[in-house]
Design a protein around this ligand. Structure first.
Ligand SMILES: C[S@@+](CC[C@H](N)C(=O)[O-])C[C@H]1O[C@@H](n2cnc3c(N)ncnc32)[C@H](O)[C@@H]1O
Length: 340
């Protein structure tokens, strides 16, 4: 795909339906499920289809609309932001699907594909299976470096070209590998050049439907990852989060703040940070943020049917309530939301 066309759709070339089915046939997943990651998951359908919902899916997506769509699907977590800025525990994923943006990074020295593949090396568990989907043109620019990275980090590497008519149309290839400890692979310049040429000319074995899977994905961390976050503020997402029904309850217009406007939306993490940092009761410039604890007592009576005795219990509950100001007024004209 031409670079401008790819940029116009923000490098969104989803893995084609037929290709997803074929990729799936190469893989077997543990019955108990394992932890899987797509660092540029789009709307989330490709990894969901390839891994199924028996696995524990993690995703990341830069485009806020697509990230929101993925969040509606059965992922353990989807982060909205650039994969380059993520902070993730090392060696935590049993499987990764990486169909990255096809473009140069700012500065023009590195390709996104290479950066995504390189970062993924840190996050795969040893013996974890990675599946990369990249264009053959990547190897025209950075061929030997990318191949050295792949062979230096993966065993059982297969580099396969898309079947027709998809190959003619998209010039994409699929690379499977089983993660190993990183090592330097030495070979002659001629050998590397020949391997690169096989890719750029499409002289490769075909990606085709398998009767039996060729890669056994290991069982790892079922759904638990200690650190999985990204340093990124996304206005669309923050707006969505600050209006999520399950934590926004009924609206409470207050005359004093009705006409104020917040400079930007607070997402959940920012709100928590402000509260923990003590920036409540209007102390945060430009944002109105007010909070209090609400204590309540819940009384219950239980009857023991054998003895006829009644037990009376009082349980004390405590919850935090925040009032925040949002950027846009709601239908009643109020910018104040209550978060409980
Ligand atoms: C080729 S699509 C792949 C979508 C999905 N994984 C699939 O295979 O169908 C690449 C996705 O990467 C997203 N993207 C672009 N730059 C990104 C970045 N720096 N970090 C995370 N995602 C990014 C695009 O918005 C797009 O949805």
């Amino acid at each position: 795909m031409a670079r401008l066309a790819s940029q116009a759709i923000m490098q969104h070339v989803p893995t084609q339906d037929r290709i997803r089915t074929i990729i799936k046939s190469y893989l077997s997943f543990p019955a108990k499920g394992t932890t899987c990651f797509d660092p540029c998951c789009g709307e989330g359908d490709a990894i969901l289809e390839i891994c199924g919902d028996n696995n524990f899916l993690f995703g990341m997506e830069l485009h806020s609309g697509r990230a929101l769509q993925a969040k509606e699907k059965p992922f353990v977590q989807v982060l909205a932001g650039p994969f380059e800025n993520c902070i993730i525990s090392n060696r935590v994923f049993g499987f990764s699907l990486v169909n990255p943006p096809y473009d140069w990074m700012a500065g023009g020295k590195m390709r996104y594909e290479e950066v995504f593949m390189g970062r993924m090396n840190n996050y795969m568990v040893q013996r974890g299976v990675s599946c990369f989907i990249v264009p053959t043109s990547l190897f025209e620019y950075r061929g030997q470096d990318v191949l050295k990275m792949i062979y230096g980090n993966y065993n059982d590497v297969r580099i396969l070209k898309y079947p027709e008519p998809e190959f003619q149309q998209f010039r994409q290839i699929v690379i499977f590998g089983v993660k190993k400890p990183a090592e330097k692979v030495t070979a002659s310049n001629e050998w590397w050049a020949e391997e690169v040429a096989k890719i750029t000319t499409g002289d490769l074995p075909l990606l085709e439907l398998q009767a039996e899977p060729l890669y056994e994905v290991p069982y790892i961390n079922p759904g638990f990852i200690k650190t999985f976050r990204v340093n990124h503020y996304d206005e669309v997402l923050a707006k969505h989060e600050s209006q999520t029904l399950d934590f926004l309850e009924k609206l409470k217009p207050k005359a004093t703040v009705k006409n104020l406007t917040a400079p930007y939306y607070l997402d959940k993490a920012q709100l928590a940070l402000l509260a923990v940092g003590g920036y409540i009761d209007g102390k945060m410039p430009g944002h109105y943020l007010s909070g209090r604890y609400e204590n309540a007592e819940i009384a219950t009576t239980e009857l023991d049917v054998d003895s006829g005795e009644e037990t009376y219990t009082i349980r004390k509950t405590s919850s935090s309530v925040f009032y925040i100001l949002t950027k846009d007024p709601d239908e009643t004209g109020s910018r104040l939301r209550e978060i409980r």
